[in-house]
Design a protein around this ligand. Sequence first.
Ligand code: NAD
Length: 253
Amino acid sequence: MKRFEKKVVIVTGAASGIGRAAATRFADEGATVVLVDREEDALQAVLGELTGNGHEAVAVDVRDEPAVTALVDRIAETHGGIDVVCNNAGIAGGDYAPVTENDLQNWRDIVDVNLFGTMHFTRAAGRHMREAGAGAIVNTASVAGVRSGAGGNAYSASKAAVINLTQTSACDLGQYNVRVNAVCPGLIKTGMTKPVFDYAEANDKAHKLGTRCELRRFGRPEEIAAAITFLASDDASYITGQFLPVDGGNTAS
Ligand code: NAD
């Protein structure tokens, strides 16, 4: 029996990187997957790669609360519920300015996508899960939300807020048998970190990438997808309100 057979799973940020790997893993394990991203063409390409039937791709911006709520309500009605939401869409922004020099619009953009996007889906899907008396939400936070120095301060603050939202949502929804957890990836090779990898390769520093963790290498999207699917599955049935670093030991020292 596959872990997600007969389960309906929404994955945001599914057109690329970690979201794409998570969607692929959920589909491989039997889920019906709803892929969400703002990049429609890339989303369709991922849809075409998935194993199994019944998946769909929906171009939605996670900042657009009415669109998110309408989508979640439609999915719940069509499928008779939502079993899992994987809140993974995110942006890094690339602003490494000190706090005294921050570009405030950049700050707002990052918080809007990373925090409000996560909140919009948690809020809308949480209502259906509460009614059903079951559900699992897995948020993609970051090691940047756990320790300073792993991202710009807007990104780090937004991910720390995602961790806290994970905990408070778990407290609100636990009595309804709805679990909420987060993964905290370290450095993973994806579209988001392409500039970092490009820069390192162009400057003969590629060998140094990932060396800030105990395993001395960067991670793969599939390694984060493995943790996401674990937390979403019944294998994690007694785990809620937790954030799991998947970072090669970056936060261990
Ligand atoms: P990615 O850029 O490859 O994928 C992110 C996806 O989110 C993209 O497809 C993008 O189109 C989508 N997205 C961005 N803003 C959106 C919006 N407003 N509405 C809908 N979709 C939107 O990056 P990734 O590395 O796979 O990132 C996935 C998650 O992992 C993010 O939340 C990121 O912060 C987190 N993360 C990544 C790393 C890393 O090293 N790559 C480390 C820690 C955390």
